[in-house]
Design a protein around this ligand. Sequence first.
Ligand code: HEC
Length: 122
Amino acid sequence: MLRVIPIALIACLVLAGCDRSSATTGSVAGGDAERGATLIAMVGCGACHTIPGVSGARGRVGPPLVQIGNQAIIAGMLANTPDNLVTWIRTPQSVVPGNAMPNMELNDHDARDIAAYLYSLR
Ligand code: HEC
């Protein structure tokens, strides 16, 4: 998977001048943003992240997710596409081994709903 990243970056640069909006689609097929917000609060992402609209989510271990819907790259590694965001939410340790965000045993459905909520943050 890692070999795909430079190609995605180059394509982004060549095709779009790396316009931020072209790097994100901003929607997750079948994702339920409202359920995602509830899950974010339940599983405790807010212990590490500041997340608008989620009560008590004021953590400072990881980056604030205040405009994650507009951001070009996730964790400095992955193009910010819905599938990549879901991959990151489910298995951050396989993307950046040893980083402080644990794999949280979320299933695909839950991760999609969480991603749908995060894409509402722009
Ligand atoms: C124990 C702390 C911790 C928890 C809990 C945690 N994260 Fe993270 N998260 C991090 C850290 C640290 C990073 C930065 C990793 C890196 O860049 O290598 C990160 C990065 C991210 C990013 C990429 C941010 C960016 O600006 O590129 C997203 C999105 C994210 N986390 C979402 C979540 C979600 C959703 C949850 C809950 C399911 C969650 N995180 C739970 C610590 C945490």
